[in-house]
Design a protein. Structure first.
Length: 332
């Protein structure tokens, strides 16, 4: 793992250690603007999904499945969270020969459910016996109906959630929207119901998404904890191979994606993915990842940390994992 980064480089690194061309619509911020409380991450269209499906059938993913096999419903889903590191995780797991994944977010269980399971199956790439079909749509984690709908598709579906310090996640979320709509109010204005009284506005999606314990309760009504893997967005940057070992174990895969698949880019300040079997250039996430965060009033960050702390503690208790996000405060 690289040496501990400074605050600035951690912010610059974000959830961003790969540079694969993003699927159309992947980097599009919520079209409705920052403060209409829309938790969705991107605007994937039917046309893009149909292209993803046809690319899958042609063997257009990162593994080398030729044009045979069959389309199957996914056995594993990356369900969240937005701005946590889901794209980095997806690209890393797609380097595994036994994984086939859709590059575009299908948004089936939140936006396209009425189109039916056959539509969903058709979006998937073709797989051979023994390969795992996957997709990622980070807004599933905060969609109330998603756990019930996924359970009704297959109650043994494996779920992966990439989580990250909710304060930096919220700032990253805001930064993404700001890049598309530069005239929106400041982060400080949107974060508070009443700045003088210090009342946080938990109805703003950028804040609400980070209340992980609240959303997890909904999932635990349908799935046992053993079927959910929580991946640290921070460790995806500092120790990508270590986190990917956990992911492969969870999916029942041989540990093929290892240290040799990554190299640390000193200029960028985060790891990049490479294919060890050939000499092609390493792949890192595109310009839409790793944006420089706006400077936020330290008092606002302190108040947000205070707001999130009880929810973080509850989340640690529910998952049995301590993600040590409170360390960020004590480091300052």
């Amino acid at each position: 793992a690289p040496p501990r980064a400074s605050n600035g480089s951690r912010e610059a690194a974000e959830d961003s250690w790969l540079r694969t061309p993003l699927a159309p619509g992947e980097a599009i911020a919520a079209q409705s603007g920052a403060f209409e409380r829309d938790p969705q991450e991107s605007s994937t269209t039917d046309e893009e999904l149909s292209r993803a499906g046809s690319a899958g059938s042609r063997g257009g993913s990162s593994s080398t499945t030729p044009d045979y096999g069959e389309k199957r419903l996914p056995q594993a889903l990356i369900i969240g969270v937005k701005k946590g590191g889901t794209r980095a995780l997806l690209e890393a797991i797609r380097a595994h020969p036994d994984v086939r994944a859709v590059g575009t977010e299908p948004h089936f269980f939140d936006r396209n459910y009425e189109k039916g399971l056959e539509w969903y199956r058709n979006v998937m790439p073709k797989t051979l016996e023994g390969q795992i079909t996957m997709e990622k749509t980070p807004s599933y984690f905060v969609t109330n109906e998603a756990p019930r709908r996924i359970h009704s598709m297959a109650k043994d579906t494996k779920l992966i959630v990439v989580v990250r310090d909710p304060v930096t996640r919220a700032i990253s979320d805001y930064t993404q929207t700001l890049s598309k709509k530069p005239d929106i109010p400041t982060f400080e204005v949107l974060a508070f119901k009443n700045r003088t009284l210090g009342l946080i506005d938990a109805s703003w999606s950028a804040i609400r998404i980070g209340i992980y314990a609240l959303h997890l309760e909904n999932w635990l009504q349908y799935f046992p904890l053993s079927q959910i893997l929580f991946v640290s967005g921070e460790r995806l940057i500092t120790d990508p191979a270590g986190e990917m070992a956990k992911v492969q174990d969870f999916l029942g895969l041989k540990r093929i994606v290892t240290e040799k698949h990554f190299y640390f880019n000193k200029t960028k300040g985060f790891p990049c993915l490479k294919k060890p079997e050939d000499s092609s250039a390493p792949r890192c996430l595109g310009k839409s990842k790793g944006r420089t965060h706006p400077k936020i009033d330290p008092d606002v960050i302190h108040r947000l940390r205070k707001f999130y702390k009880p929810f973080n503690v509850m989340f640690y208790q529910m998952t049995g994992q301590d993600f040590q996000w409170e360390q960020e405060e004590s480091d300052k």
